[in-house]
Design a protein around this ligand. Structure first.
Ligand SMILES: *Cc1c(COP(=O)(O)O)cnc(C)c1O
Length: 356
């Protein structure tokens, strides 16, 4: 039976990424050695790092004055690394979920943090609007896609201070105007690579403005100066990222990913709305995520929740159980997920409806 991968992260990668990484694990770049056992200082791996950095910049149209670095520690380490490097006195945060809350908690260790708005009152099922960002904030932090709750900021907020964004789960799914940002970061395991590597797009002018001492490994300048090779990088994950970037370019880049994600999300949200058994958790249509589509049973069918997960799983729909803090179901539709998988899930939802 064909499996359809709706896991939220780590999550589906292009078949090309998986095959070429598997090949490199057996024989890396014709060296006769495995990618798992060669020096990152060798010319073969240096070429991987150089191409990954260059292609990353090319596909996101990263302007001059910005650098892209690949790090360890996950998006979670960026929650503290960002304020360590650029929070002088005050930062503003938009609280749209668990990850945004965690980011804000770390920032409080470094200065004053203003939570400009929060959607916690309704279990983060919408994106707050009509808030004011203090004009003297060093930056305004947003989480562009809320992986757990299925909300997404489809447009950059109009504010007068530089933006900082956690884009772990929607990077490379749309064009971004990077020039509005000081830092964009994310764990790569949602839409780019196997787990283990974290990306950061950093505006060089934003650095070097804080008084505090920054530990060497937590200073972005260390990694910029050494081209992400200050210490041993997560070689396999970086190699995987490169394969996904090559695939992305061949598919038509971020514009094409944007087109496809809208098609996929429309198909699935339409079925959730139509099907008598289900309803979406995010009622505000404009706030719905294209990447993580969350839905629950309608009240009168609430007792069928477990049965639907089992039914769908038995039909090859993998990873559709919702996050424990939302319940219900979550179908993650990242770049590598083909539209056929969404159609297969819709067919399973229809079949389940017919049974009840
Ligand atoms: C998964 C996720 C994180 C956590 O990433 P780690 O790499 O596990 O630290 C943070 N933010 C968002 C939006 C995520 O989806």
């Amino acid at each position: 039976m064909k499996k359809h991968n709706f896991y939220a992260g780590p999550s589906i990668l292009p078949q090309e990424t998986i095959k070429s990484t598997a090949e490199a694990v057996l024989n890396f770049a014709g060296t006769g050695l495995s990618l798992l056992e060669v020096s990152h200082r060798g010319k073969e791996f240096q070429a991987v790092m150089d191409e990954t950095t260059a292609l990353f910049k090319e596909l996101l149209d990263v302007p001059a004055g910005y650098e892209v670095v690949f790090l360890g520690g996950g998006a979670s380490l960026q929650f503290c690394m960002v304020p360590f490097n650029i929070l002088n006195k005050k930062a503003a945060y938009l609280n749209t979920g668990v990850w945004a809350t965690k980011a804000q908690k770390e920032a409080k260790l470094f200065g004053e943090v203003v939570e400009v708005a929060s959607s916690k009152d309704k279990n983060f099922c919408y994106i707050p609007k009509n808030y004011t960002v203090p004009a003297d904030a060093d930056y305004f932090h947003i989480t562009t896609n809320n992986t757990i709750y299925g909300t997404e900021l489809h447009k950059d907020p109009e504010v007068s201070v530089p933006l900082v964004a956690d884009m772990s789960s929607d990077i490379f799914s749309r064009p971004i105007d990077i020039s509005k940002y000081s830092i964009i970061y994310g764990g790569a395991q949602k839409n780019l690579a196997p787990a283990g590597v974290t990306f950061a797009i950093v505006k060089q002018d934003a650095l070097g403005k804080v008084e505090r001492a920054i530990p060497t490994m937590l200073d972005y300048r260390t990694h910029i100066d050494k081209g992400s090779m200050f210490n041993t990088p997560p070689c396999v994950a970086v190699f995987g990222a490169l394969q996904t970037l090559r695939w992305l370019k061949a598919q038509g880049g971020v514009e094409e990913m944007m087109r496809r994600k809208v098609v996929k999300a429309d198909i699935l949200y339409s079925e959730i709305e139509r099907n008598k058994l289900f309803k979406p958790t995010v009622t505000e249509v404009a706030d719905r995520s294209y990447m993580n589509i969350c839905f629950v049973m309608n009240e009168e069918y609430a007792e069928l929740e477990k049965e639907f997960v089992e039914f769908a799983t038995s039909k090859g729909m993998m990873g559709i159980k919702g996050h424990r803090s939302v319940g219900g179901f979550r179908a993650s539709c990242y770049n590598a997920l083909p539209v056929e998988s969404v159609e297969a899930l819709v067919a399973v939802m229809k079949e389940f409806e017919a049974k009840h």
